[in-house]
Design a protein around this ligand. Sequence first.
Ligand code: ARG
Ligand code: ZN
Length: 874
Amino acid sequence: HVFKLTDYKPTDFVVERIDLTFELDPKATIVVSRVILHRREGVGTDVPLVLDGDELTLDSLLIDGMEIDASLYDATPDSLTIRELPESAPFEITVTTTLSPETNTKLMGLYRTSGVYCTQCESEGFRRITYFYDRPDVLTVYTVTIIAAKDDAKHLLSNGNFLGGGNYDEGRHFAAWFDPHPKPAYLFALVGGDLGLVEDTFTTMSGREVALKIYVEHGKEPRAAYAMDALKRSMKWDEDVYGREYDLDIFQIVAVSDFNMGAMENKGLNVFNDKYVLADPETAADADYANIEAIIAHEYFHNWTGNRITCRDWFQLCLKEGLTVYRDHAFSADQRSAPVKRIAEIRLLKAHQFPEDAGPLAHPVRPETYREINNFYTATVYEKGSEVVRMIRTILGVEDFRKGMDLYFERHDGDAATIEDFLACFAEASGRDLKQFALWYSQAGTPSVSVSSEWNETKKTFKVTLEQSLAPTPGQSRKALMHIPLAYGLILPDGTEFEGQPTGGEASDGVFHLTKRKQTFSFSNVPGRPVVSINRGFSAPVNIAMEQSPEDLAHISRHESDGVARWQALNDYATRHLVAASRLARDGRNLMPAGDLADVLIATAKDDTLEPAFRAQALALPAESDIAREIGSNIDPDAIHTAREAVLAEVARAGQEVFTTLAASAPKGAYSPDAAAAGQRALAGISMSYASIAEATAERAKAAFNAADNMTVLAQALQVLAHQFPGSDETREALETFRTRYADNPLVLDKWYSIQAMAPGAETCERVEELLASPVFDHTNPNRMRSLVGAFTAGNPTGFNRADGAGYRLLARQVVEIDGRNPQLAARLLTAMRSWRSLEPGRQEQARLALLSIRDAGKLSADVSDIVERMLAA
Ligand code: ARG
Ligand code: ZN
């Protein structure tokens, strides 16, 4: 079935309230759902009530407390249809279902993980619990009573405020919760289990005290301290920056070890993948701390952007996700270094979203059709969705943007809203017409902007000509012209910036507004030939095509006042070089020297007026996948790898002295996860890696491994060993030490799996098979699978894209096997093949055969068949 945006229709019946009782049991949990409804005005009495289900069996059905004739309803696993209901008066239906949380391997609905009952309802998991209107525009108040054996589930949690609890019957107890805020079913949550608890409080801006509780496995309480700190900072930030206050007496977070995604924003009861809660210096690296901070903030911010204002239907997913990512980005930028955070965002967007937009899975930020909504929790909806909100701020300016947000919160609080509602608030607050801008939500694909310039030495004029284009994407052959806001700077020969305003189109506050196919912006009275720095800070998620000489790029990277733009120039310079080198390597020719690039990189490494985190980012050469994306078609991953390694080695040798000094510059003393210290570790870490490459021995990395007193340094050293010195004694020893030391810490062992899975080269495929076959490897846990199979397929271009197709066959087998248990995870892993059509013909054919083997494997889930068919289409 294909769902269409244009098919939206409100429900025939209106839900007034729901009252749920759960009697928890691993194999036979009894759910009684009492729902009060009335027929929507104007809906005929011949119209039945049709509720959603998924793999349900109905135990009993009562209408207003009475059994009804079996001829008046139909119950199938995926729907309940009831006929002959009252015309106007409200009535109550009582639906009883029985569930088996223990055997629910899809991790949607109610399931059990490490002895803990928990739920995941977004997008359509509630229908696996009881028959209901499982759609985001049906908002109602929930009362929840949970009954469970005391020794099985000590803590019984749900959304909202705690009503009360106590003994129930022999050996069992109960707890009742009431959530006064009407919400859609996808925000429902329940947790039952014997858990460790970390408590704190937060006093809101109006002086209300909120109890904060984080539940983790017993013994792991100390590892939740950072998450608690991040939560309090998030609550404060949303008050300071958006005036948003928390609205219940209690805010709870539960960390579970089997979870399909990062975390879930259920009202007042967030459920987290424990990877994004647990951290201490011994087991978590700096990047883990940064992720925890960002995801805790993200889920908390959803309380307003997602929960108080939710989505009318799932086509509007970016209304809450894009906006909330935008908010969590801004939070992290405030908590850390804004330019360094922005550089990381740009890297991530280009690494994940650009390839999605350029391949068979491309879709608009707001899709217009879907077969399986789970497949739309994508980089496009989340990351590009955030960039679109960021562009609104760029176009409106900070003040009008805030006015628009205030209006949105005021006007739509309690609503299930649409993108049109959202945009109308900004249009009204600013007086701007955002019609053309709205195309960012409906047109898929990454626009291209070609930039050319013309300097007239006698007239002292400078012209910048911009031309936009957008290639066809699946289902969209013709595209309309977009409104692309491009921040720019004109850097004069002396390094200062030209301040004059151009003519030829709208340009304000250093932003060209490209709204036509082609526009020329003209500057006059320019004292000397300027160099144009375009798309500063990545103001628009577009590809820029511009012939810029290495000298001009070096001029920008030396003089740009904007740190992000400085990095962009460096990165463009490095990318250009690597693309050219990869082409030479593919043709079996000698590479050109990288001396100039090396000079710029080494000068940046040495420049201690720049913050260490920035220098580390500058030193990190574009990844093999970045180079592949720039090349675009007929990709030979081995040639790219060869070229990149050669450039790395050249830079390493040229800067050996600098890198050796910097390798020893990590902060001494007690570990602190703060951004400044993390930045110093990043610079020392990448310098250690360059120094090791220059020395061509594993000794330095092994010494760093042995001396490491935190996970950041330890994992970095292990990675250098495994990727640069595979098969060395040092590497073997370090891998073994790591494995034994963390044998009973699965989250840490995930790093061990990932590092090995990402080791370049054809042999890694066999190593991954070997690890998969190990009896200690838990195939049912999503984190394990992502860290081994996901890291190999999405993070190892040479290994996964082995010329003989063994990597693709490995993925195909795993996808089919996982699909039988957990379709969402299987479909997600399969997206690693989304760029298969840009490979050289031999690999393309192997990839195609692997995709066909999945398609023909027999009974596939809707999740996997949707992905496989879109990937094979056209
Ligand atoms: N709303 C969650 C978040 O971004 C993610 C839920 C993902 N759900 C899914 N079916 N994939 O915070
Ligand atoms: Zn989210």
